[in-house]
Design a protein around this ligand. Structure first.
Ligand code: SF4
Ligand code: SF4
Length: 181
């Protein structure tokens, strides 16, 4: 018997979700999906995600927006495009996921790891620590392989890009609406 938390009311469904997405991708519509599961069978991150690609498509078709936006599948996807290449119905799933990511950010669903990475880039110019002992190790290893020294990025240019592209505002807006973290 279904538990209460498994029961979804029709009023919780977003009936036009499928069209909102389809309107942005024209011919590569998710409406063509036949739920064959080929996308999931070849997905390179399938063992790490809580909602397999064909299930994401099914949820989008049904209007289960919160379920999709709360799924780690939209962030763990490596955008390798294998699902898109293999789909027998030409559903561009990897592009659909990119659209859903944008939707998630606008609605305040941002994994904390992404915020940490962006803040690290703004503070140091790198997504990984490049200072202290870590810097010494990286420099030593690069020298061992004959690689040139890392040129420090220009932070003022990075900050300019973040502002000009609207990323700063997007993050601020997302923080206000924050739904996951
Ligand atoms: S491979 Fe294409 S048709 Fe098959 S389930 Fe995935 S998206 Fe749908
Ligand atoms: S693009 Fe994403 S969803 Fe598609 S196969 Fe690659 S990792 Fe999986």
């Amino acid at each position: 018997m279904a538990k209460n938390q498994d029961i979804i009311k029709s009023t919780d469904l977003m009936s036009d979700l499928r069209y909102q997405i389809t309107n942005q991708i024209e011919g590569k519509s998710l409406l063509a999906c036949i739920q064959c599961g080929v996308c999931s069978s070849g997905c390179t991150v399938s063992q790490y995600i809580d909602l397999q690609p064909h299930r994401v498509v099914a949820c989008l078709l049904l209007g289960l927006k919160d379920k999709v936006l709360n799924s780690n599948a939209i962030w763990y996807c490596s955008l390798c495009h294998r699902c898109t290449e293999r789909c027998p119905k030409s559903v561009d799933f990897s592009f659909i996921l990119a659209l859903v990511r944008n939707m998630a950010v606008k609605e305040g669903y941002i994994p904390p790891e992404y915020e940490v990475s962006i803040n690290a880039v703004l503070q140091h110019g790198f997504t990984v620590p490049y200072s202290g002992d870590m810097k010494k190790t990286i420099d030593r290893n690069r020298a061992k392989f004959g690689l040139p020294e890392i040129i420090p990025p220009k932070l003022d240019e990075l900050i300019f890009i973040v502002k000009e592209t609207g990323l700063e505002k997007t993050l601020e807006d997302a923080k206000k609406k924050k739904k996951r973290g």
